[in-house]
Design a protein around this ligand. Structure first.
Ligand code: C2E
Ligand code: MG
Ligand code: MG
Ligand code: MG
Length: 282
């Protein structure tokens, strides 16, 4: 019978598939442990205005696995979303980011800066999310007006009324929103107008070849124009050189983030960079 199934059938013992499944299960178990043992930490990448002045940072999760070394967020974030571990991961990220943010308000050099935190769809849709944000801000003493949540277009796939309602509740509380990786998803323009957004973030895939690929240039310019029409700040991510920055500036882009300005850095380094007291690293 096995023979009749044909040679191209993926059998139960396909070694490659089996290895992939085992590896994924192992990684999931390790991620669970990492979350229990506080192995995840945040790095921070600066964001800048049209005059290249510092306006804030984006917090990015990092995981240093004891054996595997650094695991890419491109691997562990989707895994966390799939398994539901994103709820605990998101809770830890928010707590770490807000703890650091709380130290900024007493210093004139930092009290205007924002902390952007990535929020996954599953996390945002969780019924306790609004309360979690409010509690974390209250617990840490961070100011809502300095917290910016980065959402992605995939959030807009369904339950749009509920999403808008939640965003409005958080906005009323003082929190602001950026739409991350903009242009890669399926935003409906009619929804976009209704969302209480403050910022659109041009995805780095359009920024990368903006000087050489006319399609990317058109997309970047269209997003900038769209932002201007809707009264939204537009930030470009993945800006690596001054030619890209100049092109985007010439077309009205007013904010930037990328290796041109700096790589993501650990909290201790950011605290030094901002010249905050040493005790300030949350
Ligand atoms: P993202 O939010 O779009 O973050 C931007 C990614 O681009 C980061 O990758 C950043 O390190 C990288 N990047 C920044 N500047 C440059 C540049 O000039 N050139 C290039 N080539 N890359 C640049 P990273 O840290 O690997 O994060 C990847 C993604 O993982 C993030 O994309 C975000 O979607 C997700 N992620 C990271 N941390 C979190 C988190 O705490 N929660 C959630 N839900 N997702 C997270
Ligand atoms: Mg982001
Ligand atoms: Mg992005
Ligand atoms: Mg991205």
């Amino acid at each position: 019978q096995a023979k009749a199934a044909g040679r191209n059938t993926v059998g139960f013992f396909d070694p490659q598939l089996q290895a992939a499944v085992t590896d994924k299960a192992a990684l999931e178990a390790d991620l669970r442990l990492a979350l229990e043992q506080d192995e995840l930490f945040l790095v921070y990448q600066t964001q800048h205005d049209a005059q290249t002045a510092l306006t804030g940072v984006e917090a990015l999760a990092r995981w240093k696995h004891p054996q595997r070394g650094m695991v890419s967020p491109a691997a562990f974030i989707p895994l966390a979303e799939e398994t539901g571990l994103i709820l605990e991961l998101g809770r830890q990220v928010l707590l770490q980011a807000c703890s650091l943010l709380a130290t900024w308000q007493d210093h004139s050099a930092t009290q205007h800066l924002t902390m952007a935190v990535n929020v996954s769809v599953r996390q945002f849709k969780h019924p306790g999310f609004v309360q979690q944000i409010q509690e974390t801000l209250a617990l840490t003493g961070a100011k809502p007006s300095q917290l910016k949540l980065e959402l992605t277009e995939s959030l807009l796939a369904d339950d749009i009324e509920l999403i808008i309602h939640k965003m409005e509740a958080l906005q009323a509380f003082g929190v602001s929103f950026s739409l991350d990786d903009f242009g890669t998803g399926y935003s409906s323009l009619s929804y976009l107008k209704r969302l209480p957004l403050d910022q659109l973030k041009i995805d780095q895939s359009f920024v990368r070849d903006v000087l050489t690929d006319p399609n990317d240039a058109v997309i970047a310019r269209t997003i900038i124009g769209l932002g201007q029409s809707l009264g939204l700040n537009v930030i470009a991510e993945g800006v690596e050189n001054d030619e890209q920055r100049a092109f985007l500036a010439q077309h009205g882009c007013a904010a930037y983030q990328g290796y041109l300005f700096g790589r993501p850095i650990p909290a201790e380094q950011l605290v030094q960079f901002l010249s905050l007291p040493a005790a300030a690293n949350g």
